[in-house]
Write a protein that binds this ligand. Structure first.
Ligand code: NAP
Length: 252
């Protein structure tokens, strides 16, 4: 018996890294899982990898028409939605304040903050009672990381919005929590390096900031997501769950 038998989940950005690991784990636990992403080849590959419980819908969280189309398709599935993981996101650029551009600033806020907010808003009619919403935070939201100002501000905004949504949705029995990964080895984080030669050095630097002195694995973040998705976390809402190897709470 799986922890998510008979449940329906949506993982935005479920084609890569953390989102893909979460979608795979949820499917293994018995859930029907909708995944999204903007790139069709990656979407098709992820659906093939996860197996028959996965359904891929190409959509961009920053496009409201795409979101309407996505939720109309989930409605056709006819079982509502038990778990929403608003995972899609990332950073357009690593820039210090002197090199910050309006384009990268707007892109990070449009995808991470606006995308998360309207994904949650448009899911509301479909969410079953006692549904779990999981938003994706970052350890960078609670400490200063050079050149990650815009990204970390989007993650602080998501954390704060999630607290308010927890309050507003509590009467429906819907819980909202923010999952906070530490540095996790994904295509997304590797993409922050300015060249392929710099990836290893960058990952080592990230790992050195973590008490466990290593990068996280997407599967480890998925295990924490599973906890938030099920009633194992029934007395948690408006909270943050750190799966970060001790990055945020342990002073190195
Ligand atoms: N990796 C880390 O160390 C780390 C740490 C803390 C928090 N996080 C957060 O965890 C989440 C996943 O990160 P990751 O490292 O797994 O990234 P990733 O490997 O780059 O995967 C990102 C996923 O989101 C999708 N995506 C991006 N923009 C989208 C959009 N506008 N609409 C729909 N889908 C979109 C991507 O597919 P397409 O590009 O095809 O759209 C992909 O499936 C992000 O919210 C990130 O901020 C990551």
């Amino acid at each position: 018996m799986g922890a998510l038998d008979e449940k329906t989940a949506l993982v935005t950005g479920g084609t890569s890294g953390i989102g893909l690991a979460i979608a795979e784990r949820f499917a293994k636990e018995g859930a029907d899982v909708f995944i999204t992403g903007r790139r069709k080849p990656e979407l098709d590959a992820a659906v093939a990898r996860i197996g028959p419980r996965a359904k891929g819908v190409r959509s961009d969280v920053s496009n409201l028409d795409d979101l309407d189309r996505l939720f109309a398709l989930i409605a056709q599935h006819g079982k509502g939605l038990d778990v929403l993981v608003a995972n899609a996101g990332g950073s357009a650029a690593t820039e210090t304040i002197d090199t910050l551009t309006p384009e990268s600033f707007d892109s990070d806020f449009r995808i991470n903050v606006r995308g998360t907010a309207f994904t949650v808003q448009k899911s509301l009619p479909l969410l079953n009672n006692d549904a779990s919403i999981i938003t994706l935070g970052s350890t960078s939201a609670s400490r200063a990381t050079r050149a990650l100002g815009t990204y970390s501000a989007t993650k602080a905004a998501i954390r704060q919005l999630s607290r308010v949504w927890a309050l507003e949705l509590a009467p429906r029995g819907i819980r909202v929590n923010t999952l906070v990964p530490g540095p996790t080895e994904t295509p997304g984080i590797k993409g922050l390096a300015s060249s392929p030669d710099e990836v290893d050095g960058m990952l080592k630097l990230f790992a050195s900031k973590v008490a466990q002195n290593r990068m996280g694995r997407p599967e480890e973040i998925a295990a924490a997501a599973l906890f938030l998705a099920t009633d194992q976390s029934s007395f948690m809402t408006g909270s943050e769950l750190f799966a970060d190897g001790g990055e945020a709470q342990v002073l190195i």
